[in-house]
Ligand binder design. Sequence first.
Ligand code: GLN
Length: 199
Amino acid sequence: VPVIGVLALQGDVREHVAALTGAGADARPVRRPGELDAVDGLVVPGGESTTISKLVDIFEMREPIDKRIAGGMPVYGSCAGLIMLAAEVLDGRPDQRGFAGIGMTVRRNAFGRQVDSFEAPVSIAGVDGDPFHAVFIRAPWVERVGPDVEVLGRVTDGPAAGRIVAVRQGNLLATSFHPELTGDLRLHRLFVDVVRVAR
Ligand code: GLN
């Protein structure tokens, strides 16, 4: 069984632990470098990326996580977690810093100019069945992607139609929305599979 940590500094940690457990992983919160050593993959939850960024430094987790990512450890980030995995952040705080992650530019609170939170159907490439009932909460979108990034999903209608909200680069996976809040385990199952293969 793959062991998957949820970065437990701030954000919706419990929900990801529950979803990962439901998807067949041995899931546990991770706060310390020693705990990171024991996992095969990591989830960076939704929450507040500026706060997570600060706490990553306070808990001395930045270098260990960057190193594991460079070594191929799979990571899945949702919402604030997507921001933490972006090479470039627009509308971020000047001192916020992400991990050495996905070659993409994301805009924080991008949908928030229109509306704080909303729900929309989103189909994800490689995931069979109905579109996800995607929940967006002060969510970022992906504004540009580099050549190594695979676009997995976009908003299909409304004022934000066409915006990229799910991506993958190698073992790194990120979504603007929160599948951990809706009981739909398909994305967590996909991530558990990525971790299984990487192991
Ligand atoms: N707006 C938050 C941020 O900038 C993300 C919101 C969320 O994770 N639900 O980090």
